[in-house]
Design a binder for this molecule. Structure first.
Ligand code: AP5
Length: 213
């Protein structure tokens, strides 16, 4: 079962991917997480990516595509995976096609830009496992500590309001055309991303179970 999450920055891709990954026991692969890990480790690619990420721009394909290919070749991807944040452009989707990687379902989480700005202002992420929290909508049991692994919660450098605005512009111009790309392949499922996290998960699992048969 190969799944993909599309959606604006902060639409809830990571939040839903985490639950769906546990439910179907397939790994969730986020290019944003891979890039942030490379940045934290101070690798050459990570440091090159940092400038683009902190400006809310897409990181060049020569950096992202290699990281994704390496991750997809790991043994835990053999029975399927969830892509979160890749592809971001039609050329990146064509890379997947050329690799012979096809999707069973592409889930686009639909959230209005106004709601995105509110979500980003309260978000924190676990520095160890990448789990996502929100001060109002999804607080951790103990402030500043991850419920899953006990890691430290941090605010992302690209969640500043002006950077969020550029990320939204990039999303509408470069990523949203992917909905059309996957609609034409008959793989697209749109889900309303505004509402309780559990209700959105229920709508997504129902769609996945229909495809699984
Ligand atoms: P990436 O890390 O992928 O960020 P993003 O796509 O902008 O998405 P986010 O992680 O910000 O949001 P999300 O949709 O996962 O939302 P979340 O679940 O956290 O990419 C970062 C950067 O890396 C990019 O800008 C780019 O520079 C680079 N990059 C990555 N991939 C790339 C690629 N393929 N090519 C080139 N460059 C690439 O939820 C957000 C908040 O809302 C959380 O606090 C959460 O708790 C809360 N929340 C979730 N659901 C709900 C709900 N239903 N109601 C209320 N609150 C909710």
């Amino acid at each position: 079962m190969n799944l993909m999450f599309l959606g604006a920055p902060g639409a809830g891709k990571g939040t839903q991917a985490e639950v769906i990954s546990d439910h179907y026991r397939i790994p969730s692969i986020s290019t944003g997480v891979l890039l942030r890990e490379a940045k934290e480790r101070g690798t050459e690619l990570g440091l090159r990516a940092k400038t683009y990420m902190e400006a809310g721009q897409l990181v060049p394909d020569e950096i992202v595509v290699g990281m994704l290919k390496e991750r997809l070749s790991a043994p835990d991807c053999a029975n399927g995976f969830i892509l979160d944040g890749f592809p971001r452009t039609v050329p990146q989707a064509e890379v997947l096609d050329k690799m012979g990687v096809s999707m069973d379902l592409v889930i686009s989480i639909e959230v209005r830009d106004e709601a995105i700005v509110e979500r980003m202002s309260g978000r924190s992420l676990c520095a160890s496992c990448g789990a996502s929290y929100h001060t109002k909508f999804k607080p951790s049991a103990k402030p500043g500590v991850c419920d899953r692994c006990g890691g430290e919660l941090k605010v992302r450098a690209d969640d500043k309001p002006e950077v969020v605005q550029s990320r939204l512009t990039v999303y509408h111009e470069q990523t949203e055309p992917l909905k059309d790309f996957y609609e034409k392949k008959g793989k697209l499922f749109l889900v309303n991303g505004e509402g309780a996290i559990e209700d959105i998960t229920a709508a997504i699992t129902e769609a996945i179970d229909k495809v699984k048969g």
